[in-house]
Design a protein around this ligand. Structure first.
Ligand code: PLP
Length: 301
C-alpha cells in the first residue's frame, strides 16, 4: 500500500449551515502530515466508522452505497449523522486526483479509505474525519488463482444485533483488531482468509469481505440482520447478474457444505473465488467469476 493523497474534513456540527459549499470543508494536506492526535477516540478506542471504495474510470465505485453504509454505521455507534455532501465531495475529488496520468504505477489500482471518529476526548470539537487515497495491488491475479479459507466461530449468535446491539455487529467500525486476529489464525492454519460463522451455526461473512455461495444453482448471501455488513460489492454482483437466481437468505454450516462454489467479495478485490475451505478443494467457476468482475469493473458510479 502506498499513500497518495490525504484530505482532512471539517466536521464541527456548527459549521454546516445549509448554504455552505461542502468543498469548503475539505482541506488537502500532505499525506505525511499528522492529522490525528494521541487523544482522539478513534486512536485510543477504535471509536469511529470507515469505508473503503475502489477507484475505476476516474470515480469511486458504489459511492452512494458506501455513503449510505457510513450513515448506517454512524447510527449504530450513535455518532453524529455524517454530512454526506462533504464526504461525497472529498471522496470524488480524491478519485479524480488519483486518476490523473502518472499517479499509479503498473500493477496498481487506487482505493479511497474515509474515516470518521468520535473526535478528540480533550477538546470535544466534534468528529474527526479524513479521506486517504492509496495505491494497492491490482486484484487480477487473486481473482484468477482464488484463495483458501477456514471457517472460524465469531462467538456471537446470529441475532446478536437485536439481543446485544452494543456489540456493534453489522457496523463498519474502526475496531478491526478482532478481524485482523482472525486473519492471523487463518494464516496459522495455512489459509489465506476466513469465513465467520455464528455461535449457533449460521454462516456470516469474511473479516474483510461478503460471502456469496452457489447452492442448488442459486447465488446466496447471508442477511445483514445477522450482524454482517451489507456488502456493496455483493449487492452490485447480484444486481448485475439478472439471468441468475440470487437470494439473501440464512445459510447454515450444513448448507455451506453443499455449496459448489464460493466467493469472497470486497470493494478492493472484487469477487475472489475460494478454491479450498477447511482444506477441502472447491472448483473455481472461472467463467462466472470473470462475469462477476466484469460487472464490477464496468461500474461508472
Ligand atoms: N464485510 C466486512 C467485515 C468487511 O470489512 C467488508 C469490506 O471491507 C465487506 C464485508 C465487504 O464490503 P464491500 O463489498 O462494501 O467492500
Amino acid at each position: 500500500m502506498r499513500a497518495l493523497l490525504l484530505y482532512r474534513l471539517e466536521l464541527s456540527p456548527d459549521t454546516d449551515p445549509p448554504d455552505t459549499d461542502p468543498a469548503d470543508a475539505v482541506v488537502e494536506v500532505d499525506p505525511a502530515t499528522p492529522i490525528i492526535r494521541a487523544t482522539d477516540l478513534g486512536v485510543t478506542r477504535g471509536d469511529g466508522v470507515f469505508e473503503t471504495a475502489v477507484v475505476r474510470h476516474g470515480v469511486p465505485q458504489a459511492l452512494e452505497a458506501h455513503l449510505h453504509r457510513l450513515e448506517r454505521s454512524a447510527a449504530l455507534l450513535e455518532l453524529p449523522a455524517p454530512s454526506l455532501d462533504r464526504w461525497r465531495t472529498a471522496v470524488r475529488r480524491a478519485a479524480a486526483a488519483v486518476s490523473r496520468p502518472g499517479v499509479l504505477r503498473d500493477g496498481e489500482i487506487a482505493s479511497i479509505k474515509f474515516a470518521m471518529t468520535r473526535g478528540d476526548e480533550l477538546d470535544h470539537a466534534g468528529p474527526t474525519g479524513w479521506v486517504l487515497s492509496f495505491a494497492g495491488a491490482d486484484p487480477s491475479a487473486v481473482r484468477a488463482a482464488g484463495v483458501t479459507a477456514v471457517v472460524l466461530d465469531r462467538g456471537y449468535r446470529h441475532d446478536v444485533m437485536h439481543t446485544a446491539p452494543w456489540l456493534l455487529q453489522g457496523a463498519k467500525s474502526l475496531a478491526y483488531a478482532v478481524n485482523q486476529a482472525a486473519l492471523r489464525e487463518a494464516a496459522r492454519r495455512g489459509a489465506d482468509d476466513v469465513v465467520f460463522v455464528s455461535a449457533d451455526g449460521f454462516v456470516l461473512e469474511g473479516p474483510r469481505s461478503t460471502l456469496i455461495a452457489r447452492i442448488d444453482d442459486t447465488l446466496v448471501t447471508p442477511p445483514p440482520e445477522f450482524g454482517v455488513l451489507p456488502g456493496t460489492t455483493q449487492g452490485d454482483v447480484f444486481a448485475g447478474l439478472a439471468d441468475r437466481r440470487t437470494a439473501i437468505v440464512p445459510v447454515t454450516r450444513e448448507d455451506l457444505r453443499r455449496a459448489d462454489a464460493l466467493w469472497l467479495c470486497s470493494s478492493t478485490r472484487g469477487a475472489v473465488p475460494v478454491r479450498a475451505l477447511d482444506g477441502a478443494a472447491l472448483a473455481i467457476d472461472h467463467e462466472l467469476t470473470a462475469r462477476m468482475n466484469a460487472v464490477l469493473d464496468a461500474r461508472e458510479d
